[in-house]
Design a protein around this ligand. Structure first.
Ligand code: UT7
Length: 329
């Protein structure tokens, strides 16, 4: 269907749980060092949700801030999309739980599973539905509580991840503003390089899956690293081409915050200087689906995104999945 109008982000919000785990604390938990984590990843600390706090709780906090900025009440939201790989439960969806927590009584609700690319995927779905005139007000949230699924005895992964949420309210606008283009891709053949093996229909929970620690995140970091840089370069270039803009016109690149070295390598390949790249991985670690909207919200609140600026979002994650969106703010 042809787009009859544009879609723009009318408000953003983010939230991270108050508890912070520093690299120094991790040194006391596993065989690691602040020096290793800092030089290999750029991460200094990450936020971790307390017991009993679920993804929907973080999502609700971020959503309320985004809705307030957009001047939209919960009743006015027509669709809630929650991008997450750490849902409160396998079902019902975290989006339904969020719908109830917000009082979004007129909204449909669904989860979107695309790991770290989830928010960009969600923004693409929202802007498409708004563009064809099907909906007028969509809440897109990226949220994770990865601390609950990380193996705190595995130094290869536990130092990398953190918890957080970012939200955006998407509404119609004139064409040529807001989301100018999106691009997405996937490659399921690489799925086992970053996975949570058990707890689904393939390996339901058994005593053996528990004993073999199959309910924790497993990652072959080095191979993920190489694919991440390649895919983010390609997908961002595709989104820019679709939008008819060059990398030199991008005021701010907001990449998925997994690793400072991945961010620097991607920016270099795109020809975008680090002065035009937003980085907050040092404070949050890798928050998967929350990373891009959390960075977008912080960038805006720090005055890094001005009216009329061209902003490029780009992400890569388990699946593998990748996605990019170019926005005229
Ligand atoms: O969200 C999207 C998906 N995720 C990512 O994008 C993450 C992608 N990958 C990465 O960020 C990096 O690959 C890592 C940070 C995970 C690892 O960095 P690397 O430079 O690729 O290191 P490596 O995997 O080659 O490991 C180097 C060494 C290994 O020791 P040996 O085998 O060479 O003796 C690891 O055992 O570093 C060791 N190591 C650690 N040492 C201290 C791994 N984790 C740690 C640790 N502390 N926490």
């Amino acid at each position: 269907m042809k787009h009859i109008r544009g879609a723009r982000i009318a408000g953003t919000g983010s939230y991270a749980p108050p508890r912070v785990i520093t690299n120094a604390e991790l040194e006391r938990m596993v065989d690691t060092s602040d020096e290793w984590i800092t030089t290999r990843t750029g991460i200094k600390e990450r936020h971790v949700a307390d017991d009993g706090v679920a993804s929907s709780d973080l999502a609700a906090e971020a959503s309320k801030i985004a809705m307030a900025e957009a001047r939209i009440t919960a009743e006015e939201i027509q669709l809630v999309i929650v991008a997450t790989v750490t849902p409160d439960r396998l079902f019902p969806s975290t989006a339904c739980t969020l719908q109830e927590k917000l009082g979004a009584s007129n909204a449909a609700a669904m989860d979107l599973s695309a790991a770290c690319s989830g928010f960009v995927y969600g923004l693409s779905v929202a802007s498409g539905l708004i563009g064809i005139g099907a909906l007028d007000r969509v809440l897109v949230v990226g949220v994770e509580t990865l601390s609950k699924l990380v193996d705190w005895e595995d130094r290869n992964t536990c130092v990398l991840f953190g918890d957080g949420a970012g939200a955006a309210v998407v509404v119609p606008c004139e064409t040529g503003r807001g989301v100018l283009s999106t691009s997405m891709g996937s490659d399921g053949s690489l799925g086992t390089l970053l996975e949570l093996p058990a707890g689904g229909s393939l390996h339901p929970a058994t005593q053996e899956t528990l004993n073999t620690r199959m309910h924790f995140i497993k990652m072959k970091g080095n191979e993920v690293f190489k694919s991440a840089v390649r895919s983010m370069e390609t997908v961002a270039k595709d989104a820019m081409k679709k939008a008819g803009v060059g990398a030199d016109e991008v005021a701010l690149l907001i990449p998925h915050q997994a690793n400072l070295r991945i961010i620097e390598a991607t920016a270099k390949r795109l020809g975008i200087g680090m002065d035009r790249v937003f980085v907050n991985v040092n404070k949050y670690g890798n928050t998967s689906a929350a990373s891009v909207p959390l960075a977008l919200d912080e960038a805006r609140k720090e005055g890094r995104v001005k009216e009329g600026d061209l902003v490029c979002l780009v992400a890569f994650g388990a699946g593998f999945t990748w996605g990019s969106a170019v926005l005229r703010w």
